[in-house]
Design a protein around this ligand. Sequence first.
Ligand code: SF4
Length: 486
Amino acid sequence: MNTNSNIGINTTERESGLGEECGVFGAYDFDGADIASTVYYGLFALQHRGQESCGIAVSGTSRPIENTKLKKGMGLVNEVFTEESLNDLKGDIGVGHVRYSTAGSSTYENAQPLVLNYIKGILGLAHNGNLVNALSLRKELSMTGAIFQTTIDSEVIAYLIARERINSATVTEAVKKAVQRLEGAFSLIVMSPRKLIGVRDPHGFRPLVIGKRENTYILASETCALDAVNAEFVRDVLPGEIVTISPENGIESDKSLCLPEDKVARCIFEYIYFARTDSYIDGINVYESRIKAGKFLAMDSPVEADLVVGVPESGNAAALGFSLESGIPYGNAFVKNGYVGRTFIKPKQSNRESSVQVKLNVLKEAVRGKRVVMIDDSIVRGTTSDRIVNMIKEAGAKEVHMRVSSPPFLWPCYFGTDVPGREELIAYNRSIEDIRNIIGADSLAYLKIDRLPQLCDGLSICNACFSGKYPIAPPKEDIRGERTED
Ligand code: SF4
């Protein structure tokens, strides 16, 4: 489980189960300048997508390819890299990764990017998402002699690319052949000796964007990473698109694997929770989506109250939306301790302190004697919600009405998040009234499932963890090693 984050209470929820995924960032400076610090700041802006490990690989496109350098480690970006280590990473093309393990365990070997020596030189790869056919591909490759050094499905992708490269005229052709074997979620950045390649799976589960800063081209999970390095947003990589970036041809696009829009399945939870509030995904501003979610909650599940508060961070925008729609004043009820680094010692069950309390405190003056509407982005197992409701009540609130800016989680996710198995989900086999009772709120309501498409202006989405309608058949055996429900 992740204990490395400093981003707030949503991480605390993660201790009881809900994890994010990964972030990828790649850059190529056509003028030949070193790129490592740009990748570093890009990853820093994507830290919310994964806090267990991170890494950067760089290469010099005009130097011998043996000069490819890789540094990775366990922990946050600013814990793993120093000024010195960045200075050692010389090269004008690079790829970086921040990881939260949704497939494969949390170990140094499984940290990315992966760097592979193969017939045409060196290949760097960073992957966000989960494959649903990784196990069968891994078995198939092992039968033909492949030896795997990690337990992550990303290594399967790297092998497939390397194998296809032998019979392909270009690395892009090899990538295209390889990704046609993959089923599941993948936003990939591939660094070849002289090309940077971005791929988004045909369902478009995870985001991927293109940016540019003078003569430097960038691929990144989210637009917030472009802002961090002062790059302008060029466009989203389309679901199913392969983009190849090189000084000879700029950005080349292959859209032959794209599906019709109604088959695309963007993860709706990116908009609700995973992505940073200031990012745009496929033209939709994440902040606006969250404001809308709050407005819908106020329309569909109104309540008489004196104050609306959000559980930081992703609950805040939805709380503002609720306030705007209902006219109930918006305020802050929480102060969080953001200094939770890798060495944070989680309180034991026997301790009187809880992880929630040491990371988050209630502003007593703000809530005392008030009827409070508290907005959170989700309830996974319910343990965190239970504690937060309790904290607000102990601080003197008269009533606590919980509103959740997503529908109840009823099904696990196989596409790059660790929304867990059904038996662990509080909403599975329970009524809303049962859940309300468990968390101790005075009332409880969730966002209605038919509101989800409206959060992203009708774009085609995945909502499988709420509906059980999977855009791709779930694996019989989970890559995480668990059996899935039949
Ligand atoms: S199942 Fe849920 S969390 Fe997973 S990709 Fe679909 S919407 Fe996102």
